[in-house]
Design a protein around this ligand. Structure first.
Ligand code: CAA
Length: 389
């Protein structure tokens, strides 16, 4: 049955560099409390000149391939909203870098930050049809807003790779979902722009309406009551948003809101996002990683997932943590991915931010800044050239 399909393994990667919010505040004079408490962010991951969504995605997925091999993987779904090509899927580069078999289907999905949840649901559908197969889902994003804009403090970058299969070792995903779509312009990035446009307050309102809408649909479909959930993984454009979302869910469900209740429900899901920043499609699954890596035994517990993508589409679904899951975690590697980042000063961050790819089709090697397993070596004749170290 579909209740025995879900996340078999999960791994994430982040960038070479990190910018502490104290450095941003030092530049723009913002009181640091606004960042640390007001939005709940401490630092943001910043990509090196030779890193992109492909190198991040391949780095996240490589440990899954090392542990499970490629025999059962017949589909790769790459979710992103910071796409590098209008035609070719970033997943094809990852497929090549990881040496996956040619008998594989690969595709890219987009609906802002919601894309990875669509990928997960489609993967479950494929596994349901053939439980022998596994699907590699990769969510990879680099979040970029304009310098000195309100969104700048919520930038970040990371990739999450998940192996989806039958009899999963981590989390079973339940078949019932609450769904919500509304045509709003809260956050978008026209094809001709590198950085996103956003109506900040409108985006928060749209997110909260989507929380309400998905929960209403979930409840009408006969979903679990709120009390059955031990924790909630929300999309976290900034970690304070998870607080706002959960408070809104409790209020609209007729509960009094107590700060302690909110902390218990979401507190352990925010540790990675607070230091990585907004990783768009990967964000909600970075929340799951932080939860399972830190929480005491969650065996048999139900976790609520709220995935939100501006524009907007949202989905609420439930997962159950599988007995023995702790033997399959990658806690040490995840902490290492965060701790190994090199700290930038404001000037070096600004230089990286202002960098844009030459569009003349010439031969442009990229500076060798990153030290991870994969790098973007050059742009040559309008083609991206990747290297494995
Ligand atoms: N100490 C403590 N708190 C402080 C403070 C201080 N010194 N100064 C300000 N604050 C608090 C404010 O009271 C406010 O808290 P509340 O929201 O709880 O009232 C918080 O810090 C932020 O302050 P502002 O609202 O004044 O901040 P802002 O308008 O400059 O920017 C933002 C906030 C709109 C979120 C902006 O960062 C932004 O545009 N971000 C990008 C859009 C975004 O992330 N939207 C989220 C929903 S959309 C989504 O989820 C999809 C996605 O990934 C983009």
């Amino acid at each position: 049955s579909d209740s025995a399909i879900g996340i078999h393994d999960l791994s994430f990667s982040t960038t070479e560099f990190v910018l502490p919010h104290t450095a941003l505040a030092g530049h723009n004079g913002v009181e640091i409390g606004k960042y640390h408490l007001g939005i709940g962010q401490r630092s943001m991951s910043v990509a090196a000149a030779d890193e992109d969504i492909v190198t991040l995605g391949a780095t996240a997925a490589e440990p899954l391939i090392a542990r499970h091999g490629t025999d059962r993987i017949r589909t790769v779904v790459f979710a992103t909203e910071s796409s590098i090509d209008q035609a070719k899927s970033a997943g094809v580069y990852v497929h090549s870098l990881l040496g996956l078999p040619s008998a594989t289907r690969v595709v890219e999905l987009k609906q802002a930050c919601y894309g990875a949840t669509a990928a997960l649901q489609f993967a479950i559908g494929l596994v349901h049809r053939d439980p022998e197969q596994q699907v590699l889902v990769i969510a990879s994003d680099i979040s970029k807003y304009e310098l000195d804009s309100p969104g700048e403090a919520t930038q970040g970058a990371a990739a999450v790779a998940m192996l989806v299969g039958a009899d999963p070792a981590l989390v079973r995903v339940e078949g019932l979902s609450g769904l919500f779509t509304a045509d709003v312009m809260d956050f978008w990035r026209p094809n001709y722009r590198e950085s996103a446009l956003v109506d900040g307050q409108e985006s928060i309102t749209a997110y909260l309406q989507a929380v309400e809408g998905t929960w209403k649909d979930y409840t009408e479909q006969g979903g679990r009551p709120l009390e059955e959930f031990s924790a909630f993984c929300y999309h976290q454009p900034f970690t304070k948003m998870a607080h706002k979302a959960h408070r809104h869910l409790l209020n609209t469900s007729g509960y009094d809101t107590d700060e302690g209740d909110i902390q218990r429900a979401i507190g352990q899901t925010t540790a990675y996002n607070a230091v990585v920043g907004n990783s768009y499609t990967a964000s909600v699954y970075l929340g799951l990683a932080a939860l399972v890596d830190q929480a005491d035994d969650l065996t048999g517990r139900s976790i609520g997932f709220l995935s939100y993508g501006s524009g907007c589409v949202a989905e609420f679904f439930a997962g159950q943590v599988v007995p023995g899951y702790r033997d399959h975690l990658r806690t040490t590697e995840h902490r290492e991915a965060i701790d190994r980042r090199r700290t930038l000063d404001y000037a070096a961050y600004r230089e990286l931010h202002e960098r844009s790819f030459p569009a003349d089709g010439g031969d442009h090697p990229t500076p060798a800044q990153s030290t991870g397993p994969f790098r973007l070596a050059a742009l040559r004749g309008h083609k991206r050239i990747y290297e494995r170290r």
